[in-house]
Design a protein around this ligand. Structure first.
Ligand code: GRF
Length: 201
């Protein structure tokens, strides 16, 4: 992190606290898991939830735990991204956790956010970037897949890798079964990766 970002981060963090925004589009099991983590570990607070989908099941978790949540449909991506940046600044957010968020954030947004952006991806990056990872690993008769937490840059699933976890693929697996097995590991990996990156705060 450069000097400017790191001092901004300290200013907005206060002692020992990450103020996180979790971005979701769907089920939100990783969101729920990060909320649980935040209840146990003072390192992080899930302050806001952002979704591009008003029907995302995960929004129910935000409401249940009384976490501020906002929906932006991204029909005008530039406008919505600027609104999100303002909203994050207002809430002193210094960490974005993408968790099943289906929109690709622009270079402008990534540059404009003065904190870190993390993503969790259901494959062993740099292999199998993009969608339908479980279908593709099975089709390619891979023996292993896994999940990766990485920093977000402007190229799809390509930022610096923070942590990965390997998951075995069995003969009779189908994409649904495999997705469940990988998701279990995602729920362990995301908090671990956050701790690895920030536990010196
Ligand atoms: C996860 O597999 C995540 O790795 C991927 O999208 C899925 C989201 O699941 N990016 P959930 O909404 O957190 O349950």
């Amino acid at each position: 992190m450069d000097q400017k970002k790191s001092s901004l981060m300290k200013k907005s963090t206060g002692p020992n606290k990450l103020k996180a925004a979790v971005f979701i589009s769907g089920t939100g099991s990783n969101l729920m898991n990060l909320i649980k983590f935040s209840k146990k570990d003072p390192l992080i607070e899930v302050k806001v939830v952002i979704s591009d989908n008003s029907k995302a099941k995960g929004l129910g978790f935000a409401r249940k735990f009384k976490i501020k949540n906002k929906i932006f449909n991204f029909k005008n991506k530039k406008k919505d991204e600027n609104k999100i940046l303002k909203f994050l600044e207002k809430n002193k957010i210094n960490l974005i956790c993408l968790a099943g968020f289906m929109k690709i954030l622009s270079k402008n947004f990534i540059k404009g956010f003065k904190g870190k952006i993390l993503n969790i991806h259901p494959s062993l990056l740099p292999k199998y970037k993009g969608l339908n990872t479980h279908e593709r690993v099975i089709l390619n008769s891979e023996k292993f897949t896994g999940c990766t937490v990485h920093l977000v840059n402007s190229k799809l699933d390509s930022g610096k890798i923070i942590m990965r976890k390997k998951v075995k693929i069995y003969k009779n697996d189908n994409p649904e079964i495999l997705a469940k097995r990988v998701l279990k590991q995602e729920h362990i990996l995301y908090p671990k990766a956050i701790k690895k990156l920030f536990s010196n705060l």
